[in-house]
Design a protein around this ligand. Structure first.
Ligand code: P6P
Length: 337
């Protein structure tokens, strides 16, 4: 039972029994993410003051210029997870290949893998718009004691044991699930403690916010165009409100609190959509479903997709259940025409 204003540490201890197979590693994993998030938050909050917002000049596997904060956040999460003897491997949007972690005794005895986008939406940093960290956790599927392999990372989202995000916004929040609902913790930066501020977060079944980059409208599939026109129609319950920040974590966080749908469909620039299945769509889908929402690629449940590549992209429809189902209906009807 969650009590408002409980600290994250108290919450984890109180809910430890929820992970019968974990001898505390999963709790320690969440704790290490909590610590890394505090360190990254400190840098994000002063990004405008120091010269770490400029692009490093390198580009990551997505061909996107790496902002210095991207690199910093990536290093902090990797370092924190590595030092705590919890994970046997890490995959990151910022790294072309996954990272093998042998453990202090070099015996590959750790049983979890983490996939993450260490600083999603980083192109918003120098315009002072909220950004976020997204993470996804699995048990390894290859034998403990052997080096982690790609098979451990290419698991369908329905096998996640935990997922969450940190939003570095007007306040810093850690929102996560371990399959027992979604809880949001707000950081009190004065004392560095997270407090349970949003217990048992839920997506309302209906909503009236749609979030999509309408600048790409001409490139959208017919079904997405039809759904956008549905949202804009002059009816009793519409038009809906269009809200799009260009930061996945911020758009989904708002829509979870207020009700809404986020869509990043395929387009001529991104035929399979822009968002990555493993460390953006799957964790956000786990959160959405645990909050009573839905997440699909327009036709199929996101968490049932069998991944084939570490950085593969998928079209993404995520949010209030009835809104996602209406968008899926538009996609099906358009396909049948
Ligand atoms: P566009 C940020 O780069 C991101 O991955 C998501 O956070 C965001 O929702 C989306 O891309 C924005 O993409 O093409 O609309 O600028």
């Amino acid at each position: 039972m969650s009590k408002k204003n409980q600290t994250l540490g108290e919450f984890i201890i109180e809910n430890q029994q929820a992970f019968p197979y974990s001898s505390g590693e999963l709790s320690r994993l969440i704790n290490s993410i909590r610590l890394a998030a505090k360190v990254v938050n400190h840098e994000v909050n002063k990004a405008g003051l120091v010269d770490i917002t400029g692009a490093v000049g390198d580009t990551n596997i997505q061909g996107e210029e790496q902002q210095k904060l991207d690199v910093y956040a990536n290093q902090k999460f990797i370092q924190t997870l590595t030092n705590r003897e919890i994970v046997c491997g890490i995959a990151s949007e910022e790294n072309d290949e996954y990272i093998t972690i042998q453990g202090h005794n070099k015996d590959h005895k750790n049983k979890y893998v983490v996939l993450m986008d260490p600083l999603d939406g980083s192109s918003n940093i120098d315009v002072n718009v909220s950004v976020g960290t997204i993470f996804s956790v699995y048990r390894r599927v290859t034998p403990i004691g052997t080096p982690v392999t790609m098979e451990d990372f290419l698991q369908p989202g329905n096998l996640q044991v935990a997922a969450g995000y940190i939003i570095y916004g007007t306040s810093t929040m850690l929102v996560y699930t371990t399959g027992h609902g979604v809880n949001g913790f707000t950081l009190n930066p004065a004392i560095g403690t997270y407090y349970l501020s949003h217990p048992n977060m839920k997506f309302s079944e209906d909503g009236n916010i749609y979030s999509v980059n309408e600048g790409n409208y001409a490139q959208f599939p017919r079904g997405v165009k039809d759904y956008i026109k549905y949202c804009q129609a002059e009816e009793d319950d519409r038009p809906y409100t269009s809200r799009y920040i260009g930061s996945l974590v911020s758009d989904i966080h708002r829509n979870m609190i207020k009700g809404g749908i986020y869509i990043y469909p395929g387009s001529s620039k991104y035929p399979d959509g822009k968002l990555r299945l493993l460390y953006e769509c799957n964790p956000m889908a786990f959160i959405a479903e645990q909050a009573g929402g839905k997440a699909s690629n327009g036709f199929k449940r996101i968490m049932d997709i069998k991944p084939t590549e570490l950085h593969e992209r998928v079209p993404f429809f995520c949010g209030s259940k009835n809104m996602v189902e209406k968008a899926e209906e538009c996609m099906r009807n358009a396909k049948e025409k």
